[in-house]
Design a protein around this ligand. Structure first.
Ligand code: MYA
Ligand code: JJ1
Length: 388
């Protein structure tokens, strides 16, 4: 059934429930001298390239490939439309390796036809901090599908990750592969219900009119929490302390330091938005919330071409109730003209989704680890990790 994945060091379906298998690495690190020194062979018309994401031209090529060929919903109505600025941010975190930004192009025409990326991350699994690669943006041009290019790309990124002495990886996918450590549900909170209904993203509920629907999703113009403000550079140490402590309760979570927090959480226009709650008396940072911007192209609609979506990222509440904090996040997203606010049921998100009028979507997201076994499938609420 899974010729490729059955050959890889990942949890296998046949081993589910086998409690005799230990947690941790599935295979030991290969001696570096045994890591293949040359790239894997590609079918003849194609060649490998390393994508220089500092280059505006390269960035445009990658952006164009993904805009036309990346992830769609199950009815092919929407396609993720990551911006160039977003891709540069996502692919150049502290300590990134250019060699992990891998393209495949046609030798003759030089056209970019496939892409896969890795970035380094320290991920804690229970009480072990593991150096991993986060693998994302795997994409093969629509005209080259089902030719078994993806396994070659995955093997090539694995080889280049191994060359940096890293033996584990984390990734997410909308499809079931051998085997998820956890399965999450997407939830959606309408901010602009009329547009969402017009483009087929959502439907008018039973016994609902458009005007009742618009009223249902109305939000205040201003946030409710005293001291709620945009995160600034000087907040980095306090945010790092708050978020580290908060993430320590989850079974799988990133191990963020100040540099990571500066990169991943400092606001970047149209890429990532972050807010802190600064206690008006003590000036302590007590709470934090963030979302990233990932529009989708609307395929074949006469009136609209893009859906502006905010995706819940890391949220921490120590004083402000999470419900109130997230309502304030919805208010700022609405004010910034987002059409919808999306969230997974990870961390404590389950505690506010229904009350804040999120509804379950038709998409699921499966989380995976490469070369690291976890004994039991985790609940979404045990995950403290959000990939882009
Ligand atoms: S998830 C986003 C994936 N991208 C898309 O969905 C965009 C639209 N789709 C496409 O571009 C293509 O359909 C892709 C497959 C490229 C996805 N993850 O070449 P094929 C397996 C892993 O004939 P194609 C993301 O980016 C499939 O089960 N494997 O298929 C995270 C089959 O193997 P097996 C996948 O449709 C990526 C084989 O590929 C996925 O032309 C994490 C078929 O190959 C998938 N999403 O191309 C990658 N889709 O026979 C793993 C299909 O065994 C990283 N397949 O079932 C692993 C860690 C590596 C680093 C390790 C370091 C130590
Ligand atoms: O966005 C998604 N679904 C939407 C649109 C569905 C369109 C028809 N298929 C959805 N809308 C309902 C919203 C409604 C609002 C009012 C309250 C009730 C709900 O359900 C889905 C997620 O649900 N997204 C996708 O399918 C995109 C792919 C998801 C897998 C992502 C893989 C990522 C790879 C990462 O590396």
């Amino acid at each position: 059934r899974h010729k490729f994945w059955e050959s890889q060091p990942v949890g296998q379906f046949k081993d589910i429930g086998d409690t005799s298998l230990p947690e941790g690495p599935i295979e030991a690190p290969t001696p570096l001298s045994e890591v293949k020194q040359e790239p894997y062979n590609l079918p003849n018309p194609y060649e490998w390239i390393t994508c220089d994401m500092d280059s505006e031209e390269m960035c445009i090529e990658v952006y164009t490939l993904l805009t036309n060929n990346y992830v769609e919903d199950d009815e092919n109505m929407f396609r993720f439309n990551y911006s160039k600025e977003f891709l540069q941010w996502a692919l150049r975190p502290p300590g990134y390796f250019k060699s992990w930004h891998i393209g495949v192009r046609v030798k003759n025409s030089k056209k970019l036809v496939a892409f896969i990326t890795g970035i380094p991350a320290r991920i804690r699994v229970r009480d072990e901090i593991v150096n991993m690669a986060e693998i994302n943006f795997l994409c093969v041009h629509k005209k080259l599908r089902s030719k078994r290019l993806a396994p070659v790309m995955i093997k090539e990124v694995t080889r280049r990750v191994h060359l940096e002495h890293i033996w584990q990886a984390a990734y997410t996918a909308g499809i079931v592969l051998p085997t998820p450590i956890s399965t999450c549900q997407y939830w959606h909170r309408s901010l602009n219900p009329k547009k969402l209904i017009d483009v087929g993203f959502s439907r008018l509920g039973a016994r609902m009119t458009m005007s009742r629907t618009i009223k249902l999703y109305k939000l205040p113009d201003t946030t409710a929490t005293p001291g709620f403000r945009k995160m600034e550079l000087h907040d980095v140490p306090a945010v790092t302390r708050t978020i580290r402590k908060y993430l320590s309760q989850f079974i799988v979570a990133p191990d963020f330091d100040d540099n990571d927090v500066e990169h991943w959480l400092l606001p970047k226009e149209n890429v990532v938005d972050s807010y802190v709650v600064e206690c008006p008396e003590t000036h302590e940072i007590t709470d934090f919330c963030s979302f990233y911007t990932l529009p989708s192209s609307i395929l074949g609609n006469q009136s609209y071409s893009t859906l502006k979506a905010a995706y819940s990222y890391y949220n921490v509440s120590t004083k402000t109730p999470l419900l109130q904090l997230m309502n304030d996040a919805l208010i700022v997203a609405k004010r910034k003209d987002y059409d919808v606010f999306n969230a997974l049921d990870v961390m404590h998100n389950g505690s506010f989704l229904k009350e804040l009028k999120f509804g379950p979507g038709d998409g699921k997201l499966h989380y995976y680890l490469y070369n690291y076994r976890i004994k039991q499938t985790l609940k979404a609420s045990e995950l403290g990790l959000v990939l882009l």
